[in-house]
Design a protein around this ligand. Structure first.
Ligand code: NI
Length: 167
């Protein structure tokens, strides 16, 4: 299985709004999704968006709880429930070595298309909901530090042990 090169923060593809997928059934898209899953798992990521592998199209993959295979969604759309946002730690394969605290909706409905072109819908909460919001942000050219309310809580992973000591 091919592993794809991951774009790092600073590459313009990560700041670009990705184009919709016209036909999720195209064979190239299935190959891309399979390679994205392999790349995500190899890098110990919880999700990956196509722009992160230099493909500016609206496709994401994400590890989903209680599912054998990662979730693949073309043209994903999210509809958060009306809960207050919750802070949580996030990392990103395009920003290696860093973690930051990001406010996200704790529960949401998602919809999109699978690679057979069928409508996929579901509900997500907690970390899975966070991952979906993070990945869909990638499709809109948004990186998690741009969502942080306190950049003082952006930290190198190697310094995370100090996170609780923040003044
Ligand atoms: Ni990311």
């Amino acid at each position: 299985m091919t592993l794809l090169k991951i774009a790092l923060m600073g590459h313009p593809v990560l700041l670009t709004r990705a184009a919709p997928v016209a036909d999720p059934r195209e064979p190239d898209l299935r190959r891309l999704a399979e390679a994205m899953i392999a790349t995500m798992l190899d890098a110990d990521g919880a999700g990956l968006a196509a722009p992160q592998v230099h493909v500016s199209r609206r496709l994401i993959v994400a590890c989903a709880p209680e599912r054998d295979a990662p979730l693949v969604l073309a043209n994903p759309e999210l509809e958060p429930f009306a809960d207050p946002a919750e802070d949580g730690w996030e990392g990103c394969l395009s920003i290696p070595g860093l973690r930051g605290v990001v406010p996200r909706a704790p529960r949401l409905r998602y919809r999109g298309q699978d690679l057979d072109g069928k409508l996929v819908t579901g509900e997500a909460e907690g970390f899975f909901a966070r991952v979906l919001q993070h990945e869909v942000d990638h499709l809109d050219g948004v990186l998690y530090p741009m969502r942080m309310s306190d950049l003082g809580r952006l930290t190198f992973l190697s310094e995370m042990k100090h996170a609780a000591e923040k003044p």
